[in-house]
Design a protein around this ligand. Structure first.
Ligand code: ATP
Ligand code: MG
Length: 407
């Protein structure tokens, strides 16, 4: 069945072609369709100039007008769909190792040649169903080879982000990087530092998500990139056994575990304190930083879960990172008893047991005569612990204990 996104993109192509322009699906969506995967989004490339695109599609936004990119918008059953329409172009000289200094509008062929890898460089005319392959992408796709378009040294000098895209694409599609391209990545690896932290982090997030992350990490290490983007995991590069262990654990990490869980696996044995400067460097969100730090802090916690009091174990299992922590534990030591026990507790106990409402509140303590202040929290914590550990029969017992502590 055809998705709403594809139908919309097909209409855009038809509209452009009807007005006498060349128009095709371009890049990632063509690759995905040839692989039998559903593209995340459709990009259209066209001979029409940006102003011609906007004239044909009034509901559009000139998001990257200087690059010839127009977002065409359509509302379908309450949802906004977007197709990116880009005029065929040549990128001008790259000056900063990241972005072209300008673009020149050109032909489909030239637009293919400016793209990064052959599998990403194809066009498909969805009306005639004809593939336009100027770069040998179809064959590379069929053979499972990731290959830079043109001279790899030049392409990686132009834009250093491509170094990480090479790793991500090869891992994601389970492809081999062709030897010349791989050698060029390794040769240019030290220049990855010119790429902004946000872009590096975004690539890391993408490659450390899902089932292929072990391969991605292996490629990062192999191509001399791992310690440059993650110096905190430098031990993996210095000690081959450590790398092997981490890759094995990453491979076992269930795919529902997120990118921070994967990072925690790579940082196994590293002090939780690294999460702070590392997250600042990579511009992680506060939520990502806190999760990473929490995962590192608790990396050994579950191994002793069996004999643990509920008041120690349950707050950890009630934390938003608990599923990730369990996944990490299972991946590090398959069959570890403490982790299995924690998983079973998490699965069997309802939330209100793991994280009960306290029988005694701060207001209760104040009504009993306690002065507001830090001591209140200490009393509340110990009352809640007693409640969770089953030392209190009921609410009356809790209040009786509270009164005895306040007195
Ligand atoms: P994804 O599914 O991750 O979005 P994609 O291939 O669609 O994969 P995009 O970043 O959306 O990747 O880029 C769309 C297309 O633009 C690519 O397929 C490629 O042809 C081209 N492209 C993207 N980034 C670069 C780059 N840094 N250098 C050259 N071409 C690029
Ligand atoms: Mg894309």
């Amino acid at each position: 069945m055809e998705s709403a996104e594809r139908m919309f993109a097909l209409d855009v192509v038809r509209g452009l072609q009807a007005a006498g322009h060349e128009a095709v699906f371009a890049g990632g969506c063509v690759r995905d369709e040839l692989l039998g995967l559903a593209p995340d989004d459709y990009d259209v490339a066209t001979s029409a100039l940006p102003e011609q695109v906007q004239a044909l599609f009034p509901r559009s936004l000139a998001v990257g007008a200087s690059f010839g990119v127009i977002d065409v918008i359509r509302k379908v059953s309450g949802r906004y769909l977007k197709v990116q329409v880009a005029t065929f172009r040549n990128d001008g000289p790259y000056l900063d190792g990241r972005r072209p200094s300008g673009v020149v509008f050109s032909s489909a062929r030239e637009d293919a040649l400016r793209r990064d890898f052959t599998i990403n460089g194809m066009f498909l005319d969805p009306v005639s169903e004809r593939l336009l392959d100027f770069v040998g992408g179809r064959e590379d796709l069929a053979r499972g080879v990731l290959r830079a378009i043109g001279d790899p040294d030049q392409r990686f000098s132009e834009d250093r982000l491509r170094l990480l895209r090479a790793v991500r694409m090869a891992a994601r599609f389970g492809m081999e990087i062709c030897p010349q391209t791989a050698a060029a990545v390794a040769r240019h690896a030290s220049a990855i530092t010119v790429v902004s932290a946000e872009r590096v982090a975004e690539e890391l997030r993408k490659m450390l998500k899902g089932a292929r992350r072990s391969r991605a990490a292996a490629l990062l290490a192999e191509l001399d990139l791992l310690h440059r983007v993650l110096p905190e995991a430098g031990h993996l590069v210095r000690v081959p056994e450590e790398l092997e262990k981490a890759l094995g654990a990453l491979g076992r990490l269930e795919s529902s575990a997120g990118a921070m869980a994967a990072l925690a696996v790579l940082l196994d044995g590293v002090d939780e304190a690294v999460a702070i400067p590392m997250s600042a460097r990579l511009r992680f969100s506060n939520q990502e930083r806190d999760l990473l730090r929490w995962l590192l802090r608790h990396s050994d916690f579950l191994s002793a879960s069996e004999g643990m009091r509920p008041s120690r174990l349950y707050p950890v299992l009630a934390h938003a990172g608990a599923a990730d922590l369990i996944a990490i534990g299972k991946a590090r030591v398959p069959g570890a008893a403490g982790v299995a026990h924690a998983a079973q507790v998490l699965a069997s106990l309802p939330r209100e047991v793991l994280c009960p409402s306290p029988w005694v509140t701060g207001n209760d303590l104040i009504a009993m005569g306690m002065k507001p202040g830090p001591a209140i929290k200490e009393v509340l914590d110990s009352l809640l612990a007693a409640q969770m550990d089953g030392e209190l029969a009921d609410l009356d017992a809790a209040h009786a204990l509270a009164r005895s502590m306040v007195a």
